[in-house]
Ligand binder design. Sequence first.
Ligand SMILES: Nc1nc2c(ncn2[C@@H]2O[C@H](COP(=O)(O)OP(=O)(O)OP(=O)(O)O)[C@@H](O)[C@H]2O)c(=O)[nH]1
Ligand SMILES: [Mg+2]
Length: 276
Amino acid sequence: MQNIQWFPGHMAKAKRLISEKLRLADLIVEIIDARIPVSSRNLDILSEIKKKPRIIVLNKCDLADSTATNDWALSLGSKGDTVFFSDCKLGRGLDGFTTAVRKLMATDNKKRMRAVVCGIPNVGKSSFINKMIKKRKAKVENKPAVTRGVGWFRTKYDIDFLDTPGVLWPKFEDPDIGRNLAIVGSIRHNVFDSEMLALCLIEILIKHYKIPFEKRFNVDFSACLDASEVLLTIGKKRGALMSGGVINKKRAADIILEEFRSAKVGRITLEKCNNG
Ligand SMILES: Nc1nc2c(ncn2[C@@H]2O[C@H](COP(=O)(O)OP(=O)(O)OP(=O)(O)O)[C@@H](O)[C@H]2O)c(=O)[nH]1
Ligand SMILES: [Mg+2]
């Protein structure tokens, strides 16, 4: 597995910007991806983060396995963190957020608070803010690195939110982290080879989600020897062919990745909680 060094200029700038703003913050809202709660937690690289009260939002839970999300919420909560799980596309799961902030900060309604919203690229930080302010003011797109600068958003409650650009690890010591970030789409496509990603994803799906996976592609994968054969079977089934009838593995890989990312294969969590 390739060990990648991926810390483009805008990430270094983002880290600097966030570090500066953190000094002004009363609390941190850490948005993580419910499908990869381990790989999407990276904020402790910013030493300032550790000193602030924090609320963790397990986002995209509409795409994740609900049992696994509950396990994660319990596990994170048992370590003393305040945890929400949400679908920031539809705005589900955020009721009670402002009350939780006040409880965490032990304040009455008088003091205006500043919350910095942080997380990896494409995890839903701007979507979260739009739901909290009930307007579509923060720019949202389904690709990493949409938000480049920082900006404050005022709510009608006593909390202001700072939108920030996504930051990733400067280096993925653990290649599985880079791989999982790429599978969910938090790293640009061209950093990893999509065929390799699809083969890793197939292994996870066969191990933990065989029934919905087979159902989606209407294939019994029991006859397949390995992930490569599953990839070829899917390519054939979906007509991903090149001239001469050769299966286009890159196209087959892209189909699997897209159908996983949009939850067409089902609600899937790639990283399970040990307590679960
Ligand atoms: N299904 C689903 N999609 C979501 C959710 N939250 C955000 N999205 C989608 O994820 C994509 C990225 O959302 P953004 O809010 O732009 O993410 P971001 O963290 O601000 O991304 P950057 O600014 O690029 O770091 C968009 O297509 C959103 O519609 C969610 O809870 N569920
Ligand atoms: Mg954004």
